[in-house]
Design a protein around this ligand. Structure first.
Ligand SMILES: [Zn+2]
Length: 337
């Protein structure tokens, strides 16, 4: 097995001792888009012992220019990203224990999806989720590697509880979405998540093999301009998270519906987090309409225009609408609250 990794263990910074540490490590990758794809492929190829990939979406054509784990067959087979990623990663390195989880990461689910891991990798595309990771990281003493990518630029930093400032020290509150833009409004060049995801993976390998960094930096790149900057970070005295106030994790304002940015899709979360037996729901719906389902999802037309996709964890996506109350009403009608 060690021969498989010989080209990296010969690098003195890693060595065979470092390789052993990697093989004993457990990493959670939250979000499997451009960043998550790059991170997952790097870490699985590098021989991390266990990798858990968590994502709530399906593979779509507009993902393929940057999300290197996926291909056209995943779209034709209507695979959730977490499942497509799990299958692909197993083919890449069968000695790694890989677990794909199709789930929304929110205050109700995050502590479960990071339980038992040594490190959390951020593959998200939103601030809300990163503040949740930050809270759970501080609460449970799990380090995490932040990454963000938009247009031609990206940034990354590593957060170690008790050793470095935290994410809220750098950014106390989320900027307005029209300031930062999204992949839908500002676009994204494919190489940006390759580079940021690679920097994140390098940070993971160093951290898991015990290479101590003396200071924390925020690395900011712009691949169109060709610039690479490292900005020194610092603690902020009024940071609630560093004082043990986990405002995002403990927020009781659980979101029931979320309009997924620019996709004309509304996500509905069952606040009771009750599981749905897809085969039973399929039987019930099949009396009145056409239903497509497998182990991972169930899909049907909720009305003439709106398609609904239901997952075993009780979550649903309603396509072709941005109307959250309509989505909630359709969910109540077909799945139940
Ligand atoms: Zn802080």
């Amino acid at each position: 097995m060690m021969d498989r990794y010989s080209r990296q263990t010969v690098f003195p910074g890693l060595g065979e001792e470092g390789q052993r540490k990697l093989s004993n490590s457990h990493v959670a990758i939250i979000g499997c888009g451009g960043l998550g794809s790059t991170i997952a492929t790097s870490l699985v190829r590098a021989g991390i012992g266990k990798v858990r990939v968590i994502d709530r979406d399906f593979v779509e054509y507009r993902n393929l220019h940057r999300q290197i784990l996926f291909d056209e067959n995943d779209i034709k087979n209507e695979l959730p990203k977490a499942i497509a990623a799990e299958w692909r990663l197993r083919k890449i390195n069968s000695s790694v224990e890989i677990e794909g989880i199709v789930a929304d990461v929110n205050q109700g689910s995050i502590e479960g999806v990071v339980s038992g891991v040594d490190l959390i990798m951020d593959g998200l595309d939103n601030y809300e989720g990163r503040y949740l990771i930050n809270d759970v990281s501080l609460k449970h003493g799990i380090p995490w590697v932040y990454g963000a990518a938009i247009a031609a630029s990206g940034m990354t930093a590593t957060f170690i509880p008790g050793k470095t400032p935290c994410f809220r020290c750098l950014s106390l509150n989320a900027p307005e979405s029209d300031v930062v833009g999204t992949c839908d409004t500002a676009g994204i060049l494919g190489p940006v998540p390759f580079i940021i995801g690679s920097l994140q993976s390098t940070a993971a390998i160093k951290l898991l093999t015990g290479v101590a960094e003396t200071e924390q930096y925020l690395t900011v790149i712009d691949i169109w301009q060709g610039t690479f900057q490292r900005l020194k970070t610092g603690y902020r005295k009024d940071c609630p998270a560093c004082q043990g106030k986990y405002e995002y994790l403990e927020s009781k304002a659980g979101v029931e519906t979320t309009s997924l940015c620019g996709q004309d899709v509304v996500q509905v979360l069952s606040t009771g987090s009750s599981k749905v037996a897809l085969d039973e729901l399929a039987k019930r719906l099949a009396q009145t309409r056409e239903v497509v389902y497998n182990d991972f999802m169930l899909r049907f037309m909720a009305d003439e225009e709106r398609e609904m996709i239901v997952f075993p964890d009780g979550r649903a996506l309603v396509r072709n609408t941005s109307d959250e109350s309509l989505a909630k009403a359709l969910y109540a009608k077909y799945v139940g609250m």
